[in-house]
Write a protein that binds this ligand. Structure first.
Ligand code: URA
Length: 209
């Protein structure tokens, strides 16, 4: 499936393994998520345009390549997506960030939007949706719709771990977007947790369980 990029770099695998460990404390977990996000983003911007730029080094004048597009926008799905924002902004300090808040209706399990704050003029910028766990994929698919409704034309999803069900749901609704992952795990359990997964990413980040 060419929509899916699983970043199998040893550093990503090692840091994700540390995230999975039940003993890993929130302060450590947050640092690992930050680092993994930066490594995923490094892969996800490989196609960014570059332009020849004249500059002077301490040794000589030179023509070098520099990024030529506008800074990307990062959109975190609340609340666990917040943990990915620092790693993304570390690579692109001038980027803007938006937030989308969703919860699942208790009976219908349909995602309900309770918050949306996106930067202005984002139709012609690269937009990265930050959602660490693609379990059923319902929230991410909904959030991509929110971005499309706002006019965004170039969307990529960055995520730590997905279940096959989550990938299938996103790909079915959005065959036009790419998904960058640290791991495609085995399955969902009967509580919709990813197996083996890492538990509830929001709780692991913020120490709420
Ligand atoms: N959300 C999480 O944080 N973890 C899962 O395993 C599934 C959904």
């Amino acid at each position: 499936m060419d929509q899916l990029v699983v970043v199998e770099h040893p550093l990503v695998r090692h840091k994700l393994a540390q995230c999975r460990q039940v003993e890993t404390e929130a302060w450590h977990f947050r640092g690992l998520v930050e680092e993994i996000t930066a490594l995923l983003l490094y892969e996800a911007v490989r196609d960014f345009p570059m332009t020849d730029t004249e500059l002077v080094t301490p040794v000589t004048a030179a023509t070098v390549k520099m990024l030529s597009g506008s800074d990307p926008v990062f959109v975190a799905v609340l609340r666990a997506g917040l943990g990915m924002v620092p790693g993304a902004l570390r690579l692109f300090p001038y980027a803007r960030a938006g937030h989308i808040g969703l919860y699942r209706d208790h009976d219908t399990h349909v995602p309900i939007e309770y918050y949306c704050n996106l930067p202005p003029d984002i139709d012609d910028v690269d937009c990265f949706l930050l959602e660490p766990m693609l379990a059923t994929g319902g929230s991410a698919a909904y959030a991509v719709n929110v971005l499309k409704r706002a006019g965004v034309q170039r969307i990529k999803v960055l995520s730590l771990i997905a279940a096959p069900e989550g990938i299938n749901a996103i790909v079915k609704d959005h065959p036009d977007i790419k998904i960058y992952l640290a791991s495609l795990d085995e399955k969902l359990n009967d509580k919709a947790y990813i197996v083996p997964g890492l538990g509830d990413a929001g709780d692991r980040l913020f120490g709420t369980a």
